[in-house]
Design a protein around this ligand. Structure first.
Ligand code: FMN
Length: 176
């Protein structure tokens, strides 16, 4: 595999909404999961669990939580779950960081997948109660996001990104 810089990888990653039915090799799946495991978390609490859904029955059921065929028909669906009770909370205001931690794990996995030529797409617009039920989650566990994982069924060449320019994103010294 050609070595890419981090910025090239960040540029190449895109949300993929069409997948080939080809299975994801086990080694690739393990690499993606390992990237999630290595993600940083507040106070290193790692308040996450990753559910790997490969069976068609559960994937099809997840289609009730997010009704897009390209989502549940992908060979793998990864669900990043968080356990807010295990997460670090900021003493000043009680802010719970589980969601931030889960997002970091998800992002690590999405970038690792992109490096392997696999597609992902963070799914946030799912029905949380349905996903909770379908995945058999106990009380106190939430799905922070899901992503299909598989080989993209589209041209994966980097495209022009629609992002706000740095000049409108970065501020100097103070807000404004
Ligand atoms: C927290 C979050 C939730 C998202 N939820 C969805 C979703 O439910 N469905 C979807 O098709 N894309 C979803 N996306 C993908 C975004 O639309 C996408 O990342 C954004 O448009 C930028 O495009 P890119 O990922 O190709 O760079 C989500 C992304 C994030 C970060």
């Amino acid at each position: 595999m050609q070595k890419t810089s981090f910025l090239e990888l960040a540029e190449a990653r895109r949300s993929v909404r069409a997948y080939k039915p080809d299975a994801v090799p086990e080694e690739m799946l393990q690499t993606v999961l390992e990237a999630g495991r290595l993600a940083p978390s507040a106070c290193n609490k790692q308040p996450w669990r990753f559910i790997v859904v490969r069976g068609e029955a559960v994937r099809r059921a997840l289609g009730a939580a997010y009704a897009r065929e390209w989502f549940w028909k992908a060979p793998v669906v990864l669900a990043v779950c968080i356990l807010p009770k295990e997460a670090w909370t900021r003493s000043y205001d009680g802010k719970n960081y589980a969601m931030a931690d889960g997002a970091l794990a998800m992002d690590h996995m999405m970038l690792a997948a992109a490096e392997l030529g696999l597609g992902t797409c963070w799914i946030g617009a799912f029905d949380p109660a349905a996903a909770h039920e379908i995945l058999g989650l106990p009380d106190g566990v939430e799905v922070v996001g899901m992503t299909p994982l598989g080989f993209p069924d589209v041209e994966t060449a980097p495209r022009v990104r629609s992002r706000r320019p740095l000049g409108e994103t970065v501020m100097k010294e103070r807000w404004g």
